[in-house]
Design a protein around this ligand. Structure first.
Ligand code: SF4
Ligand code: SF4
Length: 324
């Protein structure tokens, strides 16, 4: 007797079943800017495959155009990512100009870059401009961090966190320091609030370190993490885990509904994961920041594929942490 095969639904089919239509963007609250892929680290899980060898870097004319768009759209946040954003030579000029026009700025830092020889004054610069910092620290234990991010990364990260605390980050009201956890393997993040309590307790007891919030992010099966899963023959299991834990409660909070992503060449995407896969925004709308038109980009159809299961699995995941 032949067994009935269970046919798995694609992400697009799941969304259609749940909300009766594809995903459409709703607003432009955040402009996420990827200023280049150069990084001082080469982490195992990196979805954009950054490393010291990457050459992609955003030049000033693209930044100037983003400044214009941020002003015109009055977006709530300019969220700067990379690579290590600090390695873009125009970063300070860009942040100063954004601050001057009253824009709220956030930088995603890997912490260790702040200890590089030419970065001594970066913390002071961030603090002067009230830049919100979102810092990667995938565990409070040395062994786990070094395994995922490289030998010596934990102690360097702790040193950077101490310097940030000393400057008031994570302590003073206007100097926000959030930490990012992502799993050390092919499993979903645990409960964000519970884990935050443990992080706060452990980091305080071990190092007297303080921070504001912990954001848990699900590993996306793209970039270096995807190659790693393939090497360990875990790709299918991880894919099934994400699909089987699809949570409808995450759909109306997906970050692509309220943001746009700009890469170093000005190309537009719905999010950093689509950037990693070079899936630009829907072909019907402007493809590059130089042709930006809010009337065309707001309400655009979101470009989705099966990697999007990473955002809807379990408690959900976004660059701002869990969704549900
Ligand atoms: S995960 Fe972050 S710190 Fe690690 S290589 Fe990628 S961009 Fe650099
Ligand atoms: S991967 Fe990007 S496009 Fe897909 S659901 Fe997540 S945020 Fe939206």
């Amino acid at each position: 007797m032949s067994k009935a095969l269970s046919v798995k639904k694609s992400f697009d089919e799941q969304i259609l079943i749940q909300i009766g239509q594809p995903l459409y963007n709703q607003s432009l609250e955040t402009i996420q800017v990827n200023v280049g892929l150069k990084c001082n680290q080469s982490c195992e899980h990196c979805h954009v495959s950054s490393s010291p060898k990457r050459k992609e870097v955003m030049d000033w004319p693209v930044m100037e155009k983003i400044l214009e768009v941020a002003k015109e759209t009055k977006c709530k946040l300019v969220d700067i990512t990379g690579g290590a954003p600090e390695l873009n030579p125009n970063l300070r000029k860009f942040i100063s100009a954004l601050s001057k026009q009253g824009q709220k700025v956030q930088v995603r830092t890997n912490l260790t870059v702040l200890l590089e020889p030419d970065q001594e004054t970066m913390i002071e610069f961030f603090s002067d401009n009230k830049v919100k910092l979102v810092a990667s620290l995938p565990c409070y234990l040395q062994e786990n961090v070094d395994k995922q991010r490289g030998l010596g990364v934990y102690l360097a990260s702790i040193e950077a966190l101490k310097r940030l605390n000393k400057a008031g980050y994570g302590i003073l009201p206007g100097l926000i320091l959030d930490l990012v956890y992502n799993p050390l393997g092919s499993f979903l993040p645990p409960d964000q609030e519970k884990l935050e309590k443990t992080y706060k307790k452990e980091l305080w007891e071990m190092h007297k370190i303080q921070f504001n919030q912990l954001l848990t992010i699900t590993n996306m099966s793209i970039g270096r993490f995807s190659s790693d899963l393939r090497k360990q023959s875990k790709s299918n299991n991880y894919k099934e885990l994400l699909e089987n834990t699809f949570n409808t409660g995450t759909i109306d909070r997906l970050m692509c509904l309220s943001q746009i992503e700009v890469d170093w060449d000005g190309n537009l995407y719905d999010c950093d994961f689509n950037l990693a896969l070079r899936l630009k925004v829907d072909k019907q709308v402007p493809q590059n920041i130089k042709d930006f038109d809010i009337n065309l980009l707001k309400g655009r159809k979101i470009v989705t594929a099966n990697h999007c299961f990473g955002c809807t699995a379990g408690r959900g995941s976004s660059c701002a942490g869990a969704l549900a």
